[in-house]
Design a binder for this molecule. Structure first.
Ligand code: 2KA
Ligand code: SF4
Ligand code: MG
Length: 263
C-alpha cells in the first residue's frame, strides 16, 4: 500500500517521551489487548489531551505549571515534570530509522495520545512501509479523537481505551461520541477498558450500548501497576467476562517486568 503525505507535513518534528538520553522507543512484547504476546517496537508520544488521575505515563503530560491533580501527588518526592526533561523531539524520518533498527515487523504507537500527532506518525509509517511493506502498526488511543481517513487507512489496529469516571475528569472531556461511533464501526478497532471496581461495569455497559460498541470487540482489563494489584481484581473480573461475554485481558508486561519503563 502506498501512503501519500501532504508536502506541508513532511519533516514536522514529533514530540516523543524521553527515556534516558533518547526517545522512548523500545523493543518488547505487546502486553495488552488482542495481540498480547507479539514482539513489537513501542514508540511513545509525548502530550495527551486528557489527564487521568491514575495515569501510569504521566511523564507525557503532567508538566510544571499545569493544574492537573495526580494520585502520585501524595507520594513523597513526586513532582510535576519539566517539559524539556521528559520530551525528545525528532523527525518522522529519524523515528522510522530507530524503529527499523530493531528489525521487528510490528510497531505499537502509544503515548500520551498519539492522535494529537497523527500527521507525523503517518509520515513515519510511510517511511517504514517503503522498506517493509507488510509492517503492522497498532495505535493505542483514548478514543476522544477521530483519526483522519489516511491515518485510519494506514494503521492495522486501533486499541481504543475510553476513560471512565474513575479517571477523575469531566464527562465532556473524556467522551467524544463521534469518535467512539467511528471506532465502533471500524473493523480495525478493539475496545479496552481498565476496570477498577464492579461499579465500573454499569458505566461500560451504558457506554457500549449508546455508541454501538459490540461486546465481542470489548476487552476488560484489571486495574493495577504491579502483579499483586492485578491479582486483587482478576478473579471477579474473570467472572464478569464469563457471564457477560467479554474478553478478559491481563497486563502481561506487568506480570513479567513489574512497574518499569521501557518494557
Ligand atoms: N509491553 C508493553 N505493552 C503495552 N501495551 C500497551 C502499553 C502502553 O503503555 O500503552 C504497553 C507498554 O508500555 N508495554
Ligand atoms: S488518556 Fe492515557 S496517556 Fe492520557 S492521561 Fe489518560 S491514561 Fe494517561
Ligand atoms: Mg504502559
Amino acid at each position: 500500500m502506498s501512503i501519500r503525505v501532504h508536502p506541508c507535513f513532511l519533516g514536522a518534528a514529533m514530540k516523543l517521551a524521553k527515556l534516558g538520553d533518547g526517545p522512548e522507543i523500545f523493543h518488547t512484547i505487546q502486553g495488552e489487548g488482542v495481540s498480547v504476546g507479539m514482539p513489537a517496537v513501542f514508540i511513545r508520544a509525548s502530550r495527551c489531551n486528557l489527564h487521568c488521575v491514575w495515569c501510569d505515563t504521566d511523564h507525557t503530560w503532567n508538566f510544571e505549571g499545569t493544574p492537573w491533580p495526580h494520585e502520585k501527588d501524595e507520594v513523597p518526592g513526586y513532582a510535576k515534570h519539566r517539559k524539556a526533561d521528559v520530551t525528545f523531539e525528532l523527525t518522522p524520518l529519524e523515528a522510522a530509522g530507530r524503529v527499523m533498527a530493531y528489525n521487528c515487523g510490528r510497531t505499537v504507537i502509544t503515548g500520551g495520545e498519539p492522535l494529537l500527532q497523527e500527521n507525523a506518525f503517518l509520515e513515519m509509517i510511510g517511511r517504514i512501509r517503503m522498506e517493509d511493506p507488510d509492517h503492522q502498526f497498532e495505535v493505542e488511543t483514548n478514543g476522544t479523537r477521530l483519526p483522519s481517513p489516511a491515518f485510519h487507512e494506514a494503521v492495522n489496529q486501533f486499541n481504543v481505551s475510553p476513560k471512565l469516571a474513575n479517571a477523575g475528569m469531566a464527562e465532556s472531556l473524556i467522551r467524544n461520541p463521534a469518535a467512539l461511533r467511528f471506532f465502533a464501526a471500524s473493523p480495525k478497532a478493539w475496545f479496552k477498558f481498565v476496570v477498577a471496581e464492579p461499579d465500573d461495569m454499569r458505566e461500560i455497559e451504558a457506554l457500549c450500548g449508546s455508541h454501538g460498541i459490540s461486546r465481542h470487540r470489548v476487552l476488560l482489563m484489571p486495574e493495577g501497576r504491579v502483579s499483586a494489584e492485578l491479582d486483587r481484581s482478576s478473579a471477579w473480573l474473570a467472572d464478569v467476562c464469563r457471564d457477560g461475554g467479554y474478553r478478559f485481558c491481563d497486563r502481561l508486561h506487568i506480570r513479567i517486568w513489574g512497574d518499569k519503563r521501557g518494557v
